[in-house]
Design a protein around this ligand. Structure first.
Ligand SMILES: [Zn+2]
Length: 94
């Protein structure tokens, strides 16, 4: 089981994705304070753990050996990813 101290919510930066594909609210990265998207569906996760943007999480991952990196995907996040891919597919068809 992942230690909560070592868990983060990975958020897309508003800078990188102007319009989120799933229902999101705006938040801030807990380290660099960059504007990020918080998935409404994953509220339970990002209310509990620090929110990190994709740039800051990279620095955390680099400090660790691959064995130490334990990526935890909650059911809410998996659901959102599925929605995200579906939405992206729909947009690609247009
Ligand atoms: Zn950041």
């Amino acid at each position: 089981m992942t230690d909560m101290d070592e868990s983060y919510y990975l958020a897309m930066r508003v800078k990188d994705m102007a319009i989120p594909y799933v229902l999101c609210q705006r938040g801030k990265c807990s380290e660099c304070e960059e504007d990020v998207w918080l998935d409404e569906n994953a509220r339970r996760t990002w209310e509990k753990v620090p929110i990190l943007c994709i740039v800051c999480i990279e620095a955390h991952i680099k400090e660790k050996s691959p064995e130490e990196i334990d990526l935890m995907i909650t059911p809410e996040i998996r659901e959102s990813l599925e929605k995200y891919f579906k939405r992206r597919e729909e947009l690609m068809k247009k």
